[in-house]
Write a protein that binds this ligand. Structure first.
Ligand SMILES: [Zn+2]
Length: 389
């Protein structure tokens, strides 16, 4: 009986050249899609089902490290690690479906703000801003959608500059057929991937013409395209929050503080219609950002303790103006103090609000002092003693 075997092209013809080659070499003929290093290899658009594994990997990695007990800063480190090891790799290889990128963003957003990848999150800051570089007001989390566009930008650049590549020659002969690439529009019947490459070309074209997104040596890199696609003005408070010697959990709270995004009672009342506005620490005024930091009599006592400790004169209104110092070391030290003050006042407020536990301001002041000294000692043994002149 002449039994027909189905080859990888599915035409049922026996003994193709490929099958003869397989017989000779002992190699097995595979079928698409298959997996290589855990990534599905397919000649077609990746389906949502193919990419579901990517979503599961993100959730598994997050769950594996125990989660709710992590601080915001700890969750941020985990998100950056998960995204850089998973989606950056995938995004370099594939044009990832938008629905999958939205799902991964949602998981990361929920985890950052709630500690649970599947919780519905009330984000304190929009994900778009979280994904900006720190100098531009974000947290420096990689923006998967932008990274994927930048990764596809590599093919756009090849078509412009790498005429000797086999793939480029193939595209020119099949699709472009003598048409200028910068003005090319795909036909309705073109493949999903080719249309996506053409859309990315339209986004990048002005930058290419002005040489904006190429490195100095005229080479395109995904990083250079990524940065060009998302450039925003730098924020003035960047160095206050993110200088290299900061305490990560203090820095995260300070990042919220400078943007006035902490969930003080006035914001809670607007977001969730809460009626309780009275400051839990002093019981004399409504709690809002300006009151808590630092008009509140409780916060002021802590500020005065820090003033006694450092000899710095506490500003009447804007605590950020403390940083107007000429000396770099002093500016860094003042930044550490401002960050520790914000963190510990918020800690004292939360203890009071959620646990009905009121810490004496002197204890909170000591915690500020201890954190600053310990952190400075850890960063540089030479600067264990604060130098104020
Ligand atoms: Zn108060």
């Amino acid at each position: 009986m002449n039994k027909q075997k189905s080859n990888i092209y599915g035409n049922g013809l026996p003994h193709t050249i490929l099958e003869q080659f397989a017989d000779l070499t002992g190699l097995k003929i595979g079928k698409l899609p298959f997996r290589y290093l855990g990534v599905p290899i397919s000649a077609k658009k990746l389906s949502t089902l193919d990419c579901h594994m990517l979503v599961e990997k993100v959730v598994d990695r997050i769950r594996a490290l125990g989660t709710k007990k992590l601080s915001y800063a700890g969750r941020l480190v985990l998100i950056k690690s998960v995204l850089s090891s998973l989606h950056s790799y995938w995004a370099r290889i594939y044009i990832i479906p938008t629905s999958i990128m939205a799902k991964i963003e949602s998981i990361c957003r929920s985890f950052l703000w709630k500690g649970d990848p599947h919780s519905s999150s009330n984000a304190l800051v929009a994900w778009k801003q979280v994904c900006l570089p720190k100098e531009q007001g974000g947290l420096g989390v990689c923006d998967l959608r932008r990274w994927n566009v930048a990764a596809v930008g590599k093919y756009v650049w090849w078509l412009m500059d790498k005429k000797d590549r086999l793939w480029v020659k193939w595209v020119h002969s099949i699709y472009l057929k003598g048409i200028d690439w910068t003005a090319y529009k795909p036909s309705q019947g073109s493949s999903w991937a080719w249309k996506r490459i053409c859309r990315v070309k339209d986004r990048l074209i002005s930058g290419y013409i002005n040489h904006d997104w190429l490195e100095n040596d005229g080479i395109y890199s995904i990083a250079s395209g990524y940065n060009w696609l998302g450039e925003e003005p730098k924020v003035a408070w960047h160095s206050l929050v993110w200088h290299s010697e900061g305490f990560p959990k203090h820095q995260f709270i300070s990042w919220l503080y400078v943007q006035r995004r902490m969930l003080t009672k006035d914001r809670l009342s607007r977001l969730f219609n809460c009626s309780e506005l009275l400051c839990s620490l002093c019981l004399h005024a409504d709690e809002d950002h300006d009151h808590l930091f630092f008009s509140c009599s409780y916060s002021k006592k802590i500020l005065l303790l820090i003033q006694e400790w450092t000899g710095l004169e506490v500003p009447e209104r804007d605590i950020l103006s403390w940083r107007q110092a000429q000396n770099l070391n002093r500016r860094k030290t003042v930044s550490l103090i401002v960050q520790a003050l914000v963190y510990h006042i918020w800690w004292a407020r939360n203890n009071c609000h959620f646990n009905q536990l009121v810490w004496h301001p002197e204890i909170v002041g000591k915690r500020v002092q201890s954190d600053v000294q310990n952190w400075m000692g850890r960063v540089s043994k030479v600067r264990k003693q604060l130098v104020w002149s």
